[in-house]
Design a protein around this ligand. Structure first.
Ligand SMILES: *Cc1c(COP(=O)(O)O)cnc(C)c1O
Length: 496
């Protein structure tokens, strides 16, 4: 019997995993969720002996039940290979009194690689299984890291094209350079005059445009999404939470069954939602601490039960968290509404018409275990400085937000529970802000000089991803307005 996936906005509509992955978003605008969250089927003693790909199979097979063992293992083996600079894939580092789960050892040195290195394989396998004849056009809005990770995952993958939109002034210089230098005959990268939410809203409108979908089909194309709303991105992220726990257990840091906390620097709510799924699968997790920057919609939501995106959008030094509409929160809303799709639909409709909604008291009760926190760019900067001075460990700006939130949480609660801070990017990706924090007086102007300085300070080699873009030519130069996004796609696919 297959695990079926339902839309968060319509419980009548059910599909198998491969169809949910192909579609990305459900046609009613909802997100696909598993009908029930499966339980871990192996003991922690068994899981602790597994390497990353083996463990990944144990977790993913519980969700992607219509993939054969061969298909799924094949996807996993093609994803978690030497594109990562360590065979551990997601290593844990003990620093001071906490543990960092480093999710930045993949091709684009940010955590998006964890899911986007496998998604193209899950997707092309799904297309084969479902006898899809059209080429798949991946359409993505990015606040920086998704774009490059998706481009790198899909570049030159047969039967796919990939179009990435990014907010013109909303990504770091390295992020931008990584994207505009992307090779591959099937890639298109466009800067949008607007912020990330404008860009994401534009992409969602294109997805929901039925006329366009029809035109596309006539020309042999269909859209799919690599954004974190795709269930094929969410589930691979559950793996590293299980892996982190199994590792701490294996190394004697925790006893079997001992509860731990995770602190997650959050934007679209995908990463921390994967931790929540892990917890619901039986992983011993106590608190899930959701760390935001100045765009603290989620912090306010956890404090008050009211989600309100009507506020000023702030550009921070942690751009991948500069988000006011956290798309994946819809999946949590659905869970805390006891899987009631009409409640979820009403709240999401209120979000799109009024920009705000408020959850009921019983839903609020179901949020127990989540803690919200936030830190501004200045505090994050001080944290980078302090952790470097104390431990010679260099945090990136996003991870620094999480560390700050955790320190504040510790001060307030005295919670002694062992805690893993999820580290979502290499400091090399945000070298200017990181160097500014460590020694503000002498930051070189050029990206590559910054990398060299960071190497001196941290003793960590310059990652391949940074070496590569050093001399690469700019291949993507288009900038457009939000209302021109669709035309650009049509032009690229020659359907104008
Ligand atoms: C995407 C990203 C985040 C936010 O993750 P979500 O799953 O969107 O909450 C945090 N840090 C970095 C470096 C990222 O790339």
């Amino acid at each position: 019997m297959n695990l079926m996936y339902k839309s968060t906005r319509n419980s009548e509509h059910k599909v198998v995993a491969s169809q949910a992955i192909l579609q990305g978003l459900s046609s009613d605008g909802g997100l696909y969720v598993p009908e029930s969250i499966p339980q871990l089927s192996k003991s922690m003693d068994e899981l602790a002996k597994m390497d990353y790909p083996t463990l990944a199979y144990e977790v993913m097979k519980l969700y992607f039940t219509d993939y054969t063992e061969e298909e799924l293992r094949n996807c996993i083996n093609r994803a978690y290979d030497d594109k990562f600079d360590t065979p551990h894939i997601a290593p844990i580092k003990a620093v001071g009194d906490s543990y960092y789960l480093e999710l930045f050892h993949g091709a684009t040195i940010a955590f998006k690689d964890m899911a986007l290195s496998i998604l193209p394989h899950l997707l092309t396998t799904a297309a084969k299984k479902n006898k899809v004849k059209e080429d798949i056009v991946i359409l993505t809005a990015t606040s920086g890291d998704t774009g490059k990770a998706a481009l790198s995952g899909f570049a030159d993958v047969d039967g796919t094209k990939i179009v990435v939109f990014y907010p013109k002034d909303g990504v770091s210089s390295v992020q931008k350079k990584q994207m505009v230098t992307q090779k591959g005959s099937n890639t298109l990268v466009i800067a949008v005059e607007g912020n990330f939410d404008d860009t994401q809203t534009g992409v969602k409108a294109i997805f929901n445009n039925k006329d366009l979908a029809k035109e596309m089909k006539e020309r042999g194309y269909r859209f799919s999404s690599a954004n974190s709303i795709n269930i094929g991105r969410l589930i691979p992220q559950v793996v590293y939470y299980v892996y982190a726990y199994a590792n701490l257990y294996k190394n004697g840091v925790i006893k079997n069954g001992e509860k731990i906390n995770f602190v997650v620097p959050t934007g679209n709510f995908g990463n921390i939602l994967a931790a929540y799924y892990g917890k619901r699968m039986g992983l011993p997790i106590d608190k899930l601490i959701c760390a935001s920057n100045e765009n603290k919609v989620l912090y306010d939501f956890f404090e008050t039960g009211r989600y309100d995106k009507n506020r000023e959008f702030v550009l921070t030094t942690s751009p991948s968290m500069d988000i006011l509409i956290s798309s994946n929160l819809e999946r949590l809303i659905y869970q805390i509404a006891d899987c009631d799709s009409s409640i979820t639909r009403e709240l999401m409709e209120a979000l799109s018409s009024e920009g705000a909604y408020e959850i009921s008291d019983s839903m609020k009760d179901n949020l127990a275990g989540f803690i919200g926190g936030w830190a501004d760019s200045n505090e994050a900067k001080e944290t980078i400085h302090r952790v470097y001075n104390e431990d010679k460990y260099v945090l990136d700006t996003h991870t620094a937000v999480a560390t700050t939130v955790y320190n504040n949480y510790m001060k307030e609660t005295g919670d002694k529970t062992k805690t893993v801070i999820v580290s979502t990017a290499s400091p090399y990706k945000f070298a200017d802000s990181v160097l500014e924090a460590i020694q503000s007086d002498s930051v070189p102007a050029e990206d590559y000089d910054q990398a060299l300085m960071l190497k001196d300070l941290s003793g960590v080699d310059i990652p391949k991803a940074v070496e590569e873009i050093h001399s690469a030519p700019v291949l993507h130069k288009i900038t457009c307005k939000v209302d021109e996004m669709e035309d650009n796609i049509k032009e690229y696919l020659k359907i104008i």
